[in-house]
Ligand binder design. Sequence first.
Ligand code: SF4
Ligand code: SF4
Length: 185
Amino acid sequence: MTMVITGNSTLQTEVEDLCDVNMDACIQCGTCTGGCSGIELMEYGPRQIIQLIKLNQRKILLDSRAIWMCVSCHICEDRCPAKIKTTSLMDTLREMACVESTTKSNEQIQFHKLYIKQVKAFGRSHESMLTMALTLKGTPLPPLKLMKDLITRMRVDIKPPHRPDKSYRLAIKRVEKGGSKGHGK
Ligand code: SF4
Ligand code: SF4
């Protein structure tokens, strides 16, 4: 039987404020975990993550691998009977981990920061530039054969990225001004 925790923890209030998700609506049905694309690589599924937030398990969550194994596929959200925005929740936990995690040097955090930087600059991630940036930070290059295959099959773009138009740049500025609350830098 699944225990449903009631009453707000500090972490719950903080996460809810950042991502506008009401975790008290979660009925712990487990539908999210049942369809989760990343579950095999997560030590806690999305249902457990909500319970851990309610139990104020900040360190366990922010140092966990689970928050980085979420691929933002939105399946959990689409299927949730309580309409919990789990994808936004996971995003918020990742942003918090970038600031607070005690495993700061880990590759996921480095990748996340570079990825977000590129999306802000170009409107999307640019795989070959991302690979080079990660290599400069100490992550070994992928095997040469794999790189060659990805390039010749046009799975990886090697052309320089386009600069997004003014409206995109203004939108990013607005988000940075209004919504960072100290995270995501
Ligand atoms: S599907 Fe929704 S209600 Fe069910 S456990 Fe997951 S978040 Fe909670
Ligand atoms: S968005 Fe993340 S948590 Fe939700 S189903 Fe996809 S991988 Fe799992």
